[in-house]
Design a binder for this molecule. Structure first.
Ligand SMILES: [Zn+2]
Length: 319
């Protein structure tokens, strides 16, 4: 992810000022759902989430097309299946600055007894990237970037699976190719491959999600978790209310602007209101280095993020 250039930021602010005061549109979905209960929030285990990060790190670096990425996909499919979730691979080639690369997003729905209707979107989307940045010259494991969000999403899946139809509120999306092939993300040319593809193909569905939550770099309790200011204002408010109620108001704070990540194509390409939650990577000296290893992660930080996400989903679905 990259801080938006000034001009881009101003433009995005204009966009969001113009739509931010509207409520989220709730129409079109036809999946039986129940509110996500508040008890779900306390059931999230940071230790469980950390175990998933450790398991994925065992597979080595996981840039798009790598053996590590394929093994991570299979781990997620197997783990989610045990929890009653069905998964679907969304594979596509894309031209990149280093040539054509084959990417694979992984989509998941809680549907223990039958194949879900993949053409009907659940009300909410929880996403994060699975790929680690391609560094041919070093062993880059990306424990925090993006093992942490992946671990949180799998543990959220476990918690939701214990609450019947409330799990139908959420589609999980593990995006491939968030990371740029070259140094930095360029939202139109390099990086965000999986989210751009997903956003472009939502048209083929009968409805869109009401809103999305994108998480990234959420495992380090020494840095704050930032609310991206290009998030939908209504969702920003939900995040602040949830943080206060969990007594996390000191560790969940506003970013200084918008930060480019997988929410950008969802907002700009598919018009889905999004919340972007990201650890303050500018305070992580190990960010995008070989030192992004599991010792930088804490169960507490993963728990803070997981509980915050569940609390926001509770507020959105019970309100
Ligand atoms: Zn990264």
């Amino acid at each position: 992810m990259t801080y938006l250039p000034r001009l881009g930021l101003a433009f995005l602010f204009f966009l969001f000022q113009s739509c931010g005061e509207e409520d989220l549109q709730k129409e079109g979905a036809s999946i039986p759902t129940a509110p996500i209960p508040k008890e779900a929030v306390t059931e999230f285990s940071g230790d469980n989430a950390l175990q998933h990060v450790a398991a994925i790190n065992e597979f080595g670096p996981r840039p798009a097309e790598s053996e590590g990425y394929q093994k991570s996909l299979r781990y997620l499919e197997k783990t989610l299946k045990k929890l009653g979730w069905k998964t679907k691979r969304q594979s596509f080639p894309s031209s990149t600055p280093i040539g054509t690369v084959n990417f694979t997003n992984l989509l998941a729905r809680h549907s223990p007894d039958r194949e879900p209707d993949w053409l009907v979107s659940p009300p909410y989307l929880l996403g994060g990237h699975l790929d680690s940045k391609r560094y041919p010259e070093i062993i880059f494991l990306g424990a925090n970037d993006s093992g942490s969000s992946t671990g949180v999403m799998v543990e959220v899946a476990r918690v939701l699976s214990q609450h019947g139809d409330s799990a139908n509120q959420v589609e999980l999306i593990f995006f491939d190719g968030e990371e740029a092939m070259l140094k930095s993300i360029d939202p139109k040319r390099d990086g965000l491959y999986g989210s751009r593809y997903f956003a472009g193909h939502l048209k083929s569905r009968k409805n869109k999600p009401y809103a999305g939550i994108i998480i990234d770099l959420v495992g380090d309790d020494k840095v704050p978790l930032l609310i991206g200011l290009d998030s939908h204002q209504n969702l920003q408010s939900h995040a602040r209310v949830a943080a206060r109620s969990l007594n996390l108001q000191k560790s969940v704070i506003n970013a200084s602007g918008g930060i480019i990540d997988d929410h950008v194509p969802l907002i700009n390409g598919a018009n889905i209101p999004c919340l972007h939650l990201i650890g303050d990577f500018q305070k992580m000296p190990y960010w995008h280095t070989k030192d992004d290893t599991i010792d930088k992660l804490s169960p507490q930080a993963l728990k803070n993020c997981g509980q915050l996400v569940l609390k926001i989903l509770h507020q959105l679905t019970a309100g």
